[in-house]
Design a protein around this ligand. Structure first.
Ligand code: SIN
Length: 515
């Protein structure tokens, strides 16, 4: 067993928008900070975010738009399960966080008069989504944060996987047990650990998420005794480029901003998908659009629908990332509709955390997609996630600072031997989860999944792949348990055997702890 580093105040696990923001703020605040990432810097979800950052800026907004309207849209999308105080706290902090990001070097797209080019996405009642590089907002946010991190010389350990959160004899965080890229274990001691590990999209066979999105933070938190909540709410993005029914892994997104700028969904018989389904039609909240597409595909027995963007002038320049992905499969969006289908995109639930990132374990914090603060409820409003990552990256640092003042020195820590963890074969798990825990779940399918998860075999946690496989299994167990218990449909949790939204489930959050 090695000890690689001591004397660190805070370990930040993950290098997406939330983790990098927190690292910069912590370093600026004088905390001894270390960022840990299992892959290379910037291999998380942030880079792939297309649409933008939803924010109502004081001097640049649609007539009548306001922070209160952004809050109201977020609550509507969340289908009754948002925590209104959390929504207010996070959305209200948005403009200052975006201002900080621009001062850190991020460049957003502007119009000829120098004002921000703002777009609209599903569920937004105004044009308030600022974007960069057309549809490459995440990449620009990440570039700016990495450059700023380089300037501040924030220390980073790449290719180091967090295997277990360590606590001392008083139950306060003491650090992490870690596996390096050469398969060696070690211990990093710190009084504060911030989980910024991103999502769990790789639980499914088709997702917008990169390979690294394996639910690691959920597994680390549960292992440490921190509860998770709302994990049944896995958001499926309605429009992912369809490239054949057997396509697996990360699929290219077709940003909702394409619909925000006029594209329309049609089924394969030429009928509109969203007409008559919701007053906002093609710009309805994401859960509504994804469910409507799935219903229509099931009715017609097809595996995709069509997104007609031929009315968008200058598509290639406004949406260069989508254009390039389409070109790779021989589609020219200016000439033909884009084949699309829903795919797993975002975990609305996660490690239960306050709006300052505190979890149920002293010294353990969760920010960004891995956290469940109450911002998203049963369905996240489009482009609220980069905003959340930024805001929470800011908010967590004063909380860590204040808590460090109250924690004494690290007490006795028993570092356990590297053991085994229940694991289901990744491929089998992903296919089964897509089949039975996607859009449209029922008791029989969820029972099949539970039976599969019961066959999990103990596997040694001696490689990155093994740690990820175990995390995927744990995340799937939590999703399946929560989805089976919630006998109603709400937001992105659609039960075909319980299609109604029931008042008794309103404001009821399924809190899961280690089982
Ligand atoms: C999109 O651009 O459609 C995705 C943005 C998001 O998930 O918030």
């Amino acid at each position: 067993m090695n000890t690689w580093a001591a004397d660190v105040d805070v370990l930040i696990v993950g290098s997406g928008v939330a983790g990098l923001t927190a690292a910069l703020r912590a370093q600026e605040a004088g905390l001894r900070t270390l960022v840990l990432t299992k892959a290379d810097l910037g291999e998380g979800n942030t880079r792939w975010a297309q649409g933008g950052v939803a924010v109502v800026l004081p001097d640049q907004r649609d007539p009548g738009d306001s922070v209160d309207r952004h809050i109201a849209d977020t609550l509507t999308a969340g289908a009754g399960l948002c925590d209104e105080a959390a929504v207010r706290a996070i959305i209200t902090d948005g403009p200052a966080a975006v201002d900080w990001l621009m001062r850190a070097g991020a460049r957003f797209d502007t119009r000829a008069d120098g004002s921000f080019a703002r777009t609209r996405e599903g569920g937004h009642s105004a044009f308030r989504v600022v974007h960069a590089g057309g549809d490459a907002t995440g990449a620009e946010v990440e570039r700016a944060l990495l450059a700023a991190g380089g300037e501040l010389s924030v220390p980073v350990l790449t290719e180091h996987t967090a295997v277990r959160v360590l606590t001392d004899s008083l139950g306060t965080v003491a650090g992490l047990q870690v596996l390096d890229g050469k398969g060696r274990f070690g211990t990093l001691y710190a009084r504060a650990v911030v989980l910024a590990t991103g999502g769990l999209g790789q639980v499914y066979s088709s997702t917008t998420n990169p390979e690294v999105a394996t639910g690691d933070g959920i597994s680390l938190a549960l292992g440490a005794g921190a509860p998770v909540a709302d994990l049944e709410f896995v958001q499926f993005h309605p429009t992912v480029l369809f490239a054949g029914g057997d396509a697996r892994g990360r699929r290219p997104l077709v940003t909702e901003a394409v619909r925000g700028e006029g594209a329309i969904l049609f089924d394969l018989t030429g009928e509109r998908v969203m007409a008559g389904v919701h007053p906002l039609e093609d710009l309805a909240p994401r859960d509504v659009v994804a469910a409507a597409i799935t219903r229509r595909m099931n009715e017609l027995g097809t595996d995709h629908v069509l997104l007609d963007a031929r009315n968008i002038v200058g598509f290639r320049h406004r949406f260069p990332t989508v254009f390039a992905a389409c070109a790779e499969v021989g589609i020219d969006p200016a000439e033909q509709p884009i084949p699309v289908a829903p795919a797993a995109h975002y975990s609305c639930g996660g490690v239960r955390a306050t709006v300052d990132g505190r979890t149920g374990v002293p010294g353990l914090y969760a920010i960004g997609e891995v956290a469940r603060t109450g911002l998203h409820g049963a369905n996240r409003l489009a482009s609220n996630s980069l905003l959340e990552g930024l805001v929470m990256g800011h908010r967590v640092v004063p909380a860590v600072q204040a808590d460090l003042e109250t924690f004494g020195p690290i007490g006795r820590v028993t570092v356990p031997e590297i053991g085994t963890a229940p694991t289901v074969d990744r491929d089998t798990l992903q296919l089964a989860m897509s089949r039975h825990a996607g859009i449209g779940r029922d008791a029989a399918g969820l029972a099949e999944l539970a039976a599969l998860l019961d066959t999990a075999a103990d596997k040694p946690q001696d490689s990155l792949r093994a740690v990820e496989d175990a995390a995927l299994t744990t995340a799937a167990q939590a999703i399946v348990l929560a989805a089976a218990r919630r006998t109603e449909s709400r937001g992105c949790h659609v039960r075909t055997d319980h299609p109604d939204t029931l008042p008794r489930w309103q404001a009821s959050h399924q809190l899961l702890e280690i089982w």
